[in-house]
Design a protein around this ligand. Sequence first.
Ligand code: CP
Ligand code: NVA
Length: 341
Amino acid sequence: MTMLGRAMPDRNAATPPQAAPAAGGKDLLTVAAIPRACVVHLLNVARAMKAAPRSGRAATHLAGLTLGLVFEKPSTRTRVSFEAGMAQLGGHALFLPSDTSQLSRGESLADTAQVLSRYLDGLVVRTFEQSALEDWARHAAIPVINGLTDLCHPCQALADLLTIQEAKGALEGLKLAYVGDGNNIAHSLIEVGAKVGMRVSIGCPPAYQPDPGIVARSRDDATHTGAVIDITDDPAAAADGADVLYTDVWTSMGQEREQAERMKALAPYQVNDALLRRAKPSAVALHCLPAHRGQEITEAVLDGPQSLVLAQAENRLHMHKAILTEYLGRPWFPVEDGGTR
Ligand code: CP
Ligand code: NVA
């Protein structure tokens, strides 16, 4: 049985996958749904993954397990880091773009999820609506991991914690400023910041502010961790004294028709040298990538000395390996540790 008490398919596997106790449930759909201790645990495992020799026990840790990646939107980092992560841990990954499966000819999500559960040990799903992702999770007997939806991108934000921790040490009390569109990345950063006690300052135009429900629920979480979530339409106020200055594209996948109006509204929210100077001199600049140089971020900042974007992209791999070990039921640390190491 899983953490949710649902029966896993009996495929006579030697080690059937079950979410580890530290995963906080069968699926990884949002950061908000993961207990704080699990976020901390995933971070610890990701650090261990990064340090582990590739030729050691890591090389066979997920042997015999197969991950499917059902993607309805393009991807470079998420797809490749999950596929490479499975390969490095001795498992196998199958890329399943939805336009090449029977989904594109009208086979239902429910039937597809149930059938794939008879072949695979886990799914990463990149789709549009969060409700579609929830449908995948409900119909699949295997773990479903959010590979990005219109609402959130939890794997990105969890990996970003690793990058920030490496750059700054402790996470608690750091000021993370996100300036730009209040989108899926902003939502997951708000949620993750609330879990680890950061001061998250979001600077967005009035029409592009983050989802009020996510902000309210994260503020509830923040009461337990000392986090503070500030929302402003003033980019300079958001960036003032920040330890981390973060931005993302102004037009996300699926919003292409809104591009002209978004470019106009978001132009004052560009991350450039002047905005970076509002942050601490020691601040680091992050962007989940892909970036549009000269739009949401200047080339000077993206390629400048304070930018950590390549380390940030690399850390997707290490965090995804941690996520895979926990959610595919082969925890890296012994379960007796209680999932809090
Ligand atoms: N940051 C990110 O998720 O990149 P991809 O769209 O390339 O996966
Ligand atoms: N907000 C962007 C993130 C891409 C990784 C999008 O959804 O397109």
